[in-house]
Ligand binder design. Structure first.
Ligand code: HEC
Length: 119
């Protein structure tokens, strides 16, 4: 988790006007369970999931406070839900694969990611 510290410090400078973001009707606690089951943590450090702690996709610590998704897409609910389901549809060059999630499941996962705004 030490590797996540510089990111958390960077996020202290992020534009707070946009956070926290809301996803109406989504269940963040269920989102954490879905993220664990579908294997997000095989590529990402995900706070709340102790194993595995994948590195290829970067840490999602503090993601809720970041203004951009992968540094190039606006970090807004609709974009994030689409990213989680099918990132290549937004950016064909991305290394993040499509994930086998329904829209509702992806909304729950997105709601969980938006709880990760500690700085
Ligand atoms: C096979 C590896 C892999 C899996 C599994 C995976 N991702 Fe990713 N993810 C990536 C990579 C690689 C990137 C960086 C993509 C880029 O910058 O183009 C990324 C980027 C992201 C980002 C943007 C992060 C940022 O710093 O802006 C989010 C959010 C994200 N993934 C969420 C998820 C979620 C939620 C899941 C599970 C539903 C998941 N990922 C599963 C590889 C993966």
């Amino acid at each position: 988790m030490l590797a996540a510290l510089p990111l958390a410090l960077l996020c202290a400078c992020a534009d707070k006007a946009n956070a926290p973001r809301q996803i109406v009707g989504a269940d963040a606690a269920e989102g954490l369970r879905i993220a664990e089951r579908v294997g997000c943590a095989s590529c990402h450090v995900v706070p709340g999931i102790s194993w595995p702690e994948g590195r290829s996709g970067g840490s999602l610590t503090g993601f809720g406070a970041r203004p951009l998704i992968s540094g190039r897409l606006p970090n807004q609910p609709d974009v994030l839900v689409q990213w989680i389901i099918n990132a290549p549809s937004l950016d064909p060059s991305t290394g993040m694969p499509p994930m086998p999630l329904t829209q509702d499941q992806a909304r729950d996962v997105a709601a969980y990611l938006y709880t990760l705004d500690e700085d």
